[in-house]
Write a protein that binds this ligand. Sequence first.
Ligand SMILES: [Zn+2]
Length: 382
Amino acid sequence: MSDPTLLAVVFWAFFLLDGAQIGRRTRFSFMSWFGGRRARPAHRRWQLYSPWPGSWRAPADDLPFSFAPAGLCNWPAGSAARPATTPDTLQAWRWEEITEVQERAGRLLINGRDFCPATPHLSADRVRALAAACGPLSPDARARLLRTRLRLWLRPAHLRRRALVLRARTQTLATANALALLVLAAITTGWLGFLPELIGTGSAARLASALPLAVAYLICLHVGAVALAWRARARLQRLDPHHPPSKNPLPGVFFFPPGALHLRALLGENWFPASHPLATALAFAPPAMRDEIVFNVLADLRWPLAPPGAGPLAAEILGNFRTELEQEIGLLLRRTRLDPARLLAPPVPDGPQSRTYCPRCGAQFVTEKGTCPRGVPLRPLP
Ligand SMILES: [Zn+2]
């Protein structure tokens, strides 16, 4: 491979792999591939940026815990993911019992025991603060406090506003990035010798003489885009003063041009508040994908997988949390004019033999009654 070819391959490889994230656990990420209002969900361990500079993405994690006035439990309820991620060992703590909370290697430890993955919903500091706040309160006051906390993760209209602000504040720099990308693609095509074949030798020679000018233009676009991103980041931070300050990635990308072609996505990384995937789906997902996520969450609330060896405290927390979450989701769905009954309606039989179906996973069976392999009682097909 010649030097220019190698350089081009390395540059474009860095560009395509920029923003790659590989984690230990699967998580939802909503990607707007071309920077529009819609974003498609993906649930997996790895995430990539879209190659288009106008794109943005909003991460969303399932809640890895459930809580209630009685305490905090590490068995989730209302999971959007299939299969839902559940802990190896069930734990439930009364708020008064929580004395020590730590975060280590992406995990929350409560009273020295591994509890659940650390997600943006509840950091160690927030669990400590919540336990301290709940301690002296009556059960009713605790329920009000926890409801307020839960509602913070269920705000699709707020997420939509955030996306709108991000797109508006980063419009110029996304355009500068798009121009730079097109010029770079043209230079690469010329550099690798494809231009004479595409446009003829004479035109290719004239364009080759303009190469120094194109490179100078590219440098101006790069410096200008990073400067615009610097200003946009400061303005976004002023709009969100409660967000904990994060490390500024812009000095790094200034010296790493492939990374400076995704400035909008980079600024959007910490822009979206912690949310339930259902709220993010209601805000951004295309209708079919949104309905699938809403179905998964509702089905997990109504036909949950029974946690093994749940004691009375875990059962109380889970029961209470499911009721609260379903109520809040019901309000949201009414506002968005989505009918849970339509989403949870029995499927169309996939053959004359089908008699029953599992309301949680939608699988159909020829038996008259029984349970699906996950233990959910079957229902008759209409
Ligand atoms: Zn099933």
